[in-house]
Design a protein around this ligand. Structure first.
Ligand SMILES: Nc1nc2c(ncn2[C@@H]2O[C@H](COP(=O)(O)OP(=O)(O)OP(=O)(O)O)[C@@H](O)[C@H]2O)c(=O)[nH]1
Ligand SMILES: [Mg+2]
Ligand SMILES: [Zn+2]
Ligand SMILES: [Zn+2]
Length: 403
């Protein structure tokens, strides 16, 4: 049995890794007098992600440490030193700040609920010099942005297209079975100072990752079962399309194939079934993972919400999570949900989840032209897009909260 404290889920393949037994990748810099290693296709990368790039060999040190994480190793072939840690399973490079308390977050929602747009915009918000980095004066980086077939690169492309003159919205995300992609992985660093810096290093850091699922995976119960990766998550962002509530039937201007047909209750039911498989959740207990229940596309409902309602207030610029504001937001969204005929959803959340919180956001900031799939010509003006993530981070004690 591995000791807790050394085990973490890989942010790419969700397998549990014992960090005392990490694998490494040779840097191709041999010790004096040794033959250099050569690059070859890595069968683990190929199997997991269809990645056919060539890499220097991966290896697992033969004598793992019992007491601490291994951070450096020597290539058994060329004796060159390396500090490039890999997941032993999928051979993805582990970020430096990756440790046993790095959280995995899941992003789920029915087809067309707005997941891809939100994730692409969130990436922009989290970027160095983006509003969230500035608000907290922290350094947030997207990991593996240079990898061609990684999720980060794909989202970056989609974002560029939305921001270009064509203003084109992303196409529907393909189902996981067809094409293998990696999740988008972020590393968030908080500078330390004083004694803590001397004792623990320059940064406190956490790594978190999001996987952009195809909404169809959720439509049928059986398919939702393929989302067992949710069991490994430390928090979930559940996106619900406001147009899919019974009270808003017929209001959507979206084209037929862009409409969310699964009701919020069915979506929640499918996810609850998956999470209930977790051995840690007894039948008669509530699910413990924090769940941010997020109403997307809130811009389309501005006229229903008075100007002074907190739903319309922009995110705070202060460097902490404002608990009082968040609670008031929760209550206001809950009453909107109830007004839209979502009382069943509220009951289902209360009976199954120990810790859930409502959010309302708009990734685009205004309604796109649904038939041409173009965003409004004023561009992307995100509204409260970072809040669900900030709540999950505050729940973990990573960022401060107040109020
Ligand atoms: N009004 C409004 N519409 C949005 C917003 N974000 C997304 N949409 C609309 O919702 C559609 C679907 O968004 P996506 O992000 O592709 O949805 P998805 O959940 O990734 O969908 P799948 O990949 O098919 O599961 C977009 O084409 C837009 O028409 C928003 O912030 N406001
Ligand atoms: Mg998508
Ligand atoms: Zn892995
Ligand atoms: Zn080597």
């Amino acid at each position: 049995m591995p000791l807790p404290g050394f085990v973490a889920s890989c942010p790419y393949c969700y397998t549990d890794i014992d960090l005392r037994k990490a694998s490494f990748r040779c840097l191709g810099r041999p010790a004096a007098g040794k033959q250099p290693c050569i690059k070859v296709v890595d069968s683990a990368r190929e199997r997991y992600f269809g990645d056919l790039n060539e890499y220097y060999p991966a290896f697992t040190p033969l004598t793992p440490s019992m007491l601490r994480e291994v951070r450096r190793a020597e290539c058994p072939k060329c004796f060159g030193p390396t500090g490039v840690r890999l997941c032993p399973q999928c051979h993805s490079r582990l970020p430096d700040g990756f440790s046993s308390d790095s959280p995995l977050f899941g992003l789920v929602g029915a087809r067309s609920s707005g997941k891809t747009v939100m994730l692409a915009v969130l990436m922009r918000e989290l970027a160095t010099n983006g509003p969230i980095g500035r608000r907290f004066k922290h350094v947030i980086t997207v990991y593996g942005a240079g990898e061609e077939n990684g999720q980060a690169a794909k989202l970056k492309n989609l974002l560029d297209q939305m921001e270009s003159t064509s203003g084109q919205l992303p196409p529907q995300t393909q189902q996981a079975a067809g094409e293998k992609t990696t999740p988008v992985v972020f590393e968030w660093k908080i500078p330390r100072d004083g004694i803590a810096k001397a004792a623990l290093g320059d940064y406190k850091s956490t790594v978190f990752s999001f996987y952009d699922t195809a909404g169809e995976d959720l439509a049928v119960d059986e398919r939702a079962l393929s989302m067992t990766y949710l069991l490994a998550t430390d928090g979930i962002i559940l996106l619900l399309d406001p147009f899919s509530f019974p009270g808003n039937a017929g209001r959507s201007k979206a084209l037929d194939d862009q409409r969310v047909e699964t009701s919020p209750e069915n979506v929640l039911h499918a996810i609850t079934e998956v999470l209930r498989q977790n051995e840690r959740v007894k039948r008669n207990r509530k699910i413990k993972q924090p769940v941010a229940v997020v109403i997307s596309k809130i811009d389309a409902f501005w006229e229903e919400v008075p100007q002074n309602n907190p739903i319309r207030h922009p995110s705070s610029k202060l460097p902490y999570f404002d608990e009082e504001e968040a609670k008031s937001m929760h209550d206001h969204i809950a009453s909107l949900v109830s007004h839209w005929g979502g009382d069943g959803l509220l009951t289902m959340l209360d009976t199954n989840y120990a810790n859930y919180r409502f959010f309302g956001l708009s990734a685009l900031g205004s309604e796109p032209n649904y038939s041409t799939q173009r965003i409004d010509e004023r561009g992307i003006i995100p509204h409260r897009v970072g809040e669900p993530l900030l709540w999950l981070m505050a729940e973990r004690g990573f960022i401060p909260r107040q109020g």
